[in-house]
Ligand binder design. Structure first.
Ligand SMILES: Cc1cc2nc3c(=O)[nH]c(=O)nc-3n(C[C@H](O)[C@H](O)[C@H](O)COP(=O)(O)OP(=O)(O)OC[C@H]3O[C@@H](n4cnc5c(N)ncnc54)[C@H](O)[C@@H]3O)c2cc1C
Length: 429
């Protein structure tokens, strides 16, 4: 079993960790969930609320994967702009997806209140334009939101307004989502695990699923030391899905993303860097995303890599990216660096569905998972309990292509594509 990576998130927990047992012997349940991140925990909460007996199996620790390591940024949207899906899937599907993405954002606040989760939640999510052409894209986007989706909770900020809100004159303007925001992801995930326990979900850590076997009326789930017989299972392994497949693995690709956290900024810097306390994501393909923690550290992410090794070189690289955006942070060093797998799909829309009558799955949130995982869990639980597709049907309309190349070739291919896109970022800047 692997422990949590050394990150700012684990060091800033103001609570004790609960150690869940490893699965031994055999169990029976209505729903066995594989994967203890946001998706698995959300599915567990919703299914047990509806009266199902739920067992959750996590190979390492709860929120050990992307859910305990991410940038904590929350925003509506479900793809690289929902409007891009209209041509292929029609307006009704786009509208359903957009409404689901808004519900996803609301569900976070609802759960924070319902389960009294302390996770440093803040409001405001800003998309920052790295070139003038993006301002026209923002205008088209806002026009689509207002005219077609009846959404009015976002607005365009001028270059000057962005400069004041962020503390850098690097950007050409921005698109601010008031309903978006940011939180401490590990605190939030552990709060969801507490909630699941309070609803009688049985959580097992150090319980890697090595095989699943679908029989006529149930699914058998095997770890090296235990066994679960379940009426349904939910695969919530996202980019960490390895041995078990169920025909869905080639729909997503794991890419590695890095984050750094600086020491707390001194008082002078606090006045100028991100006084708005928004989280920010720029519009480059090879994007930077950042925010301040509650104790005013800069938490900065960006840069795709092949491996989770060479952390010193990667820390320097991420520091350089941060200093390019904020030259006055040139003396502020990274105190923490950590990386994790982001699961992306070819069309950057999450892949949520059923691979058989009894096997459900959700993965490939493509950088939008802080919010969308919660609603994905709710959709899966609703479908299992009701025996009807419900909102699952909307997601099943989205066709997902396999990534070309086997597992060994997918990553080099992506890095090559990323390098080419990066050149586009440079030429457009
Ligand atoms: C560095 C980084 C920054 C990010 N920033 C953002 C952001 O700012 N905003 C945003 O919206 N999204 C962001 N994301 C993406 C977001 O974190 C994910 O979309 C989300 O956490 C996915 O949650 P999940 O529960 O589906 O997967 P995970 O949290 O990865 O959980 C999957 C779990 O399954 C377990 N597992 C896998 N295989 C097995 C097995 N065989 N048996 C048992 N358990 C198994 C793993 O151990 C893991 O704990 C970021 C991701 C990373 C890595």
């Amino acid at each position: 079993m692997q422990d949590y990576p050394n990150s700012y998130y684990i060091d800033s927990l103001d609570r004790k960790l609960i150690h869940h047992p490893s699965l031994k012997d055999s169990y029976e349940c209505d729903l066995c969930i594989i994967g203890g991140g946001f998706t698995g925990l959300s599915t567990a909460i919703e299914a047990s609320k509806k009266g199902l007996k739920v067992i959750l199996l996590e190979q390492n620790k709860v929120a050990w994967g992307a859910s305990g390591r991410n940038g904590g940024q929350i925003g509506p949207d479900i793809s690289n702009g929902v409007e891009s899906l209209e041509k292929k899937y029609g307006f009704a599907t786009v509208k359903s997806l957009w409404d689901i993405s808004l519900d996803a954002v609301k569900l976070i606040d609802h759960r924070i209140n319902e389960f009294e989760i302390q996770c440093d939640k803040k409001s405001g999510n800003l998309s920052a334009a790295t070139n003038q052409a993006k301002i026209q894209d923002f205008e088209n986007e806002i026009n689509y939101f207002q005219r077609k989706l009846d959404y009015h909770s976002s607005k365009i900020l001028s270059k000057d307004e962005v400069s004041k809100a962020v503390g850098t004159d690097r950007y050409f303007g921005g698109h601010l989502y008031h309903e978006g925001g940011h939180l401490h992801p590990l605190k939030y995930a552990l709060g969801l695990a507490d909630a699941a326990l309070s609803l009688n979900v049985e959580i097992f850590e150090d319980s890697k699923v090595i095989k699943i076997s679908e029989e006529k009326d149930y699914v058998e789930v095997f770890t090296s030391s235990g066994f679960v017989k379940a009426k349904n299972i939910a695969l919530c392994c996202n980019a960490y899905l390895e041995e078990i497949d169920a025909g869905i693995k080639s729909k997503i690709m794991p890419i590695i993303n890095y984050m750094i956290a600086t020491k707390p900024l001194d008082e002078d810097l606090q006045k100028t860097i991100l006084p708005s306390d928004y989280c920010v994501c720029d519009t480059n393909f090879d994007l930077n995303y950042y925010r301040l923690s509650y104790d005013k550290r800069m938490i900065f992410g960006g840069g795709v890599s092949y491996s989770l090794k060479h952390s010193e070189k990667l820390a320097k690289n991420t520091e350089r990216r941060m200093m390019k955006v904020f030259p006055n942070l040139s003396d502020v060093k990274a105190e923490y660096i950590w990386g994790g797998y982001v699961g992306i799909t070819v069309n950057r829309t999450p892949d949520i569905g059923q691979s058989s009558q009894k096997i459900f799955y959700a993965h490939g949130f493509s950088g939008h998972g802080v919010a969308l995982t919660g609603i994905a869990g709710k959709i899966i639980a609703n479908s299992i309990v009701s025996g009807e597709k419900g909102a699952l049907e909307t997601f099943e309309k989205i066709k997902h292509k396999n990534f070309p190349g086997g597992r060994l070739f997918r990553m080099p291919l992506l890095v090559t594509i990323s390098a080419l896109q990066k050149m586009t970022d440079i030429f457009n800047a």
